[in-house]
Write a protein that binds this ligand. Sequence first.
Ligand SMILES: NC(=O)c1ccc[n+]([C@@H]2O[C@H](COP(=O)([O-])OP(=O)(O)OC[C@H]3O[C@@H](n4cnc5c(N)ncnc54)[C@H](O)[C@@H]3O)[C@@H](O)[C@H]2O)c1
Length: 367
Amino acid sequence: MTPTNIGLIGCGNISNAYFEGCQNYTDIIKITACADINVPHAQATAEKHGLAFGGSADDLLARPDVDIIVNLTIPGAHTDINRQALAAGKHVYCEKPFALTAADTAAVVADAAAADLRVGSAPDTFMGAGLQSARQAIDDGLIGTPVSALGFMLCPGHESWHPNPDFYYKFGGGPMFDMGPYYVTALVNLLGPVARVSGAAQTTFAERTITSEPRDGEKIPVEIPTHFSTTMEFVGGPIGTLVMSFDTPHTDLPNIVIHGTKGTLNVCDPNRFDDPCFFKPAGADKFESIPMTHATGRARGTGVADLATAVISGRPHRASGHLAHHVIEIMEGAVKSPAEGRHIPIESTCERPAPLPCSLGQSELDA
Ligand SMILES: NC(=O)c1ccc[n+]([C@@H]2O[C@H](COP(=O)([O-])OP(=O)(O)OC[C@H]3O[C@@H](n4cnc5c(N)ncnc54)[C@H](O)[C@@H]3O)[C@@H](O)[C@H]2O)c1
């Protein structure tokens, strides 16, 4: 099969993970071009990776030899770039969060449907061996009927390592929109769609001090809540609680724990592909790892390769715009509920993405 040509827009921090991760799927996708608002940086990136093109987003979008745009710009630029890419006749896969609002997400998904093009969104970690094994265990009835899901992401924020952390403290950032996509997507994949959301949120610090280079010592304002305690009521019955914070030291709490009528599943970090999951049956006194039912070794780029394969075969792609829309509406509900003092009903819904067949190798996707 000839690999599908990929154009990256946004050559920042995370682009390195895509250049590396897409190497896993050389039979399926090939990065041939890149662009950035900083054109010399795009040119240098293209040269470094031996690409056919490095330049502006407009020039990249005009190229007939690019089929899928991978949008790795900052969250505030996602919607404009996604719409421009669709208008140029390209399929789109966008880093998380797909958009700053559920309304923008729905508009882009509608654009794609009208143009008969695909849109997809990170995260794709739910296609990794860890979360696929957890899904298999739940679907096989290991924990019985799911009752409760707990998710914890508590950290001191990203200004200690990211060179330009401003966007994490603006509308569309914060722990919910930055890290929520991993947690909420994992939970929707495991337990299905959510009916309503409620909770509390606060902004603990009005400004943050960057301690990474090159802006060490610079202060940046905080425009959004940075600590959340959110309740998610799943359509299928279980109640989820998420605690997401940029205002705390790192924590030893588990990432995700799902309690069922027959036992407890300690699910791996939803920001990783291959970590193991652990199960403790009701009445037992310790957790034991569950079998990895899927091949390890997947990385970023899996969602892009899945989308490229799905375009050719005509099947649905897993990290879809519909999934992103539901996830963003849930995260938006977590922000709206404390601001408006009410439960927020979730209007969108989505199918759980199809599980990956266990037989696939780490560089394979199902036709
Ligand atoms: N850094 C990470 O570890 C990480 C991990 C997972 C996901 N993400 C997500 O990836 C996205 C990018 O994050 P990052 O850390 O790489 O940010 P970054 O600031 O390092 O890079 C963003 C790049 O996009 C370019 N850009 C901004 N606006 C543009 C526009 N309108 N047109 C063209 N280029 C534009 C910038 O010049 C920059 O090179 C974000 O949505 C983020 O949430 C980042």
